[in-house]
Ligand binder design. Structure first.
Ligand SMILES: NC(=O)c1ccc[n+]([C@@H]2O[C@H](COP(=O)([O-])OP(=O)(O)OC[C@H]3O[C@@H](n4cnc5c(N)ncnc54)[C@H](O)[C@@H]3O)[C@@H](O)[C@H]2O)c1
Length: 243
């Protein structure tokens, strides 16, 4: 049986590399990134140009898409956020609609709800349905991305799963910092969450993406129930983080 074609934006970044390795067995992979390099099937294009992303996507003809490309810094300035997060995300959705992509998995962020962090009661959790409270242009750009995703679902039936990712570490170890530890997602849980997001029978949804961390302030129950996400790791398990 032919593998479904999966197109990954920002494929040369941290998460792009992890997903490429984890999903290559299941999907026929195509990528795009503004940075070239490597011997994988990754085209060089700037997603802030509608023509560049459209021609790259037409050439690949994907069924499914993972949209990772963005300026991922919470301190990113307005010009960079506008170009790489806001304009680029709209261009990706418009190109996806034109080439007939069935579903997009959008890399949103915990920064959509960062405003709750200072006034949460002890043991309190933020649910994905709580109103967004961004405190940065970066966080606001992810609220915009979720809204565009919803708009393309409502207007065109283009499905989207928005994953508000916690904290991915290059070395796959939880950070010492308490906040980052609570937000940790291991590489294998990340790959599984994206895989479930590509496959689950859900038209549109918003979910937090973290491991099964026993101490956290993000509620992942809807990801478990609706996507079938089964995280295996816990940043607070000692001495090993692996089950
Ligand atoms: N790493 C995390 O812990 C984390 C947490 C929450 C959300 N996210 C989100 O996940 C996504 C991937 O994050 P990452 O950590 O892999 O970041 P990264 O910076 O390692 O990768 C992003 C990639 O996107 C590319 N890119 C940026 N602007 C582009 C443009 N205009 N056109 C084409 N390519 C462009 C970059 O060249 C880079 O390779 C981002 O959207 C980020 O906001 C990441």
């Amino acid at each position: 049986m032919e593998k479904p074609k999966l197109f990954i934006t920002g494929a040369n970044g941290l998460i792009g590399n992890i997903l490429w390795e984890g999903l290559a067995g299941t999907y026929e992979l195509y990528g795009v990134d503004v940075e070239g390099g490597g011997d994988r099937n990754i085209a060089v294009a700037d997603l802030s140009s509608p023509e560049e992303i459209e021609s790259t996507m037409v050439a690949a003809g994907p069924h499914l898409l993972i949209h990772l490309a963005a300026d991922p810094s919470p301190d990113a300035n307005w010009e960079s956020v506008l170009t790489n997060n806001i304009i680029a995300t709209r261009n990706v959705y418009e190109a996806a609609r034109k080439v007939g992509v069935k579903r997009v998995v959008f890399a949103s962020s915990n920064h959509v709800v960062a405003g709750y962090e200072d006034d949460l009661p002890a043991g309190g959790k933020i649910a994905p349905q709580d109103p967004p409270r961004p405190v940065s242009y970066y966080g606001a750009s992810k609220v915009f991305g979720e809204a565009v995703a919803h708009m393309y679902y409502e207007c065109y039936g283009l499905e989207s799963i928005c994953l508000r990712i916690g904290a991915v570490q290059d070395n796959d170890q939880p950070a010492e910092n308490l906040r980052e530890k609570q937000l940790w997602i291991s590489h294998r849980d990340l790959v599984y969450l994206f895989q479930r997001s590509l496959e689950a029978r859900v038209g549109f949804g918003i979910y937090f993406g973290i491991s099964d961390n026993r101490q956290t302030y993000l509620d992942i129950r809807n990801a478990v129930e609706e996507l079938g996400y089964r995280p295996q790791d816990d940043s607070f398990r000692t001495p090993n983080t692996r089950k």
